[in-house]
Design a protein around this ligand. Structure first.
Ligand code: CA
Length: 229
């Protein structure tokens, strides 16, 4: 495999689907999103296994791929970025490379050309990391989280709660904060609600829900998430 993890950001449905199918031959894991907003969310929720290649369309419904490319570089994203665009002028090309893209491929392109360029990009990757698809990956489309026992499907509220805690990455999150973030204060929820959902999460992820290893209670303060037991 040339890559471990590829993220495709492409809003043209058929092209996006074709890319997904093709790139699965070159990578262990391929995900596709169609807006900058969803790409941002995807990367936030996969902060511990960032893609080693982002295939980024230039014209997206909610913005310019160039801006997003800069944003990725400003956030220290070191994977390869291949920009796709219908504009093939030399100026656009330079603009793309200036923004931090590693290569720039005008549409339409052939699979052979794409593959050749990806091979060249893969050679420039820093040493490959050993792990892909580690614990606590989140699949927000399917509302699934990968815990120690594999992928677990959650209800929307359970998923939001787990995501809020996992995002906090070890910091303590208070019950009030969780109520605000997860329930948005609808129907005057009570702090008891958080405890109830927390015990649901534990039943799904903890080997022994009575003695949680991951979703911990911090007495008098709230909860915190520990990535490893
Ligand atoms: Ca487009």
């Amino acid at each position: 495999m040339l890559f471990k993890h590829i993220l495709i950001v492409e809003d043209e449905f058929h092209l996006g689907e074709a890319l997904t199918v093709s790139l699965r031959k070159l990578a262990d894991y391929v995900e596709k999103v169609s807006t900058i907003e969803s790409a941002r969310y995807y990367l936030e929720t996969h902060w511990d296994s960032l893609p080693d290649l982002v295939v980024l369309d230039r014209n997206l419904p909610d913005g310019d791929g160039i801006q997003f490319c800069r944003e990725l570089r400003n956030h220290g994203n070191t994977g390869m970025i291949l920009m796709l665009t219908a504009q093939s002028g030399i100026e656009q090309r330079i603009e793309g490379l200036d923004a931090g893209a590693d290569d720039y491929l005008p549409k339409p392109f052939s699979w052979e050309e794409l593959k050749a360029r990806l091979k060249a990009l893969a050679r420039r990757l820093p040493e490959k990391k050993a792990s892909i698809d580690p614990l606590w990956s989140m699949d927000f489309k399917k509302l699934q989280i990968k815990g120690p026992a594999g992928w677990v499907r959650l209800t929307p509220l359970e998923f939001k709660l787990a995501a809020a805690l996992i995002h906090a990455n070890g910091e303590i999150v208070g019950r009030d904060q969780l109520l605000r973030e997860v329930w948005g204060f609808q129907l005057l929820p009570q702090t008891r609600t958080v405890d109830l959902f927390m015990s649901k999460l534990r039943k799904r992820f903890e080997p022994d829900p009575e003695r949680p290893l991951y979703f911990k209670t911090i007495r008098g303060a709230g909860y915190s998430f520990q990535k490893s037991a």
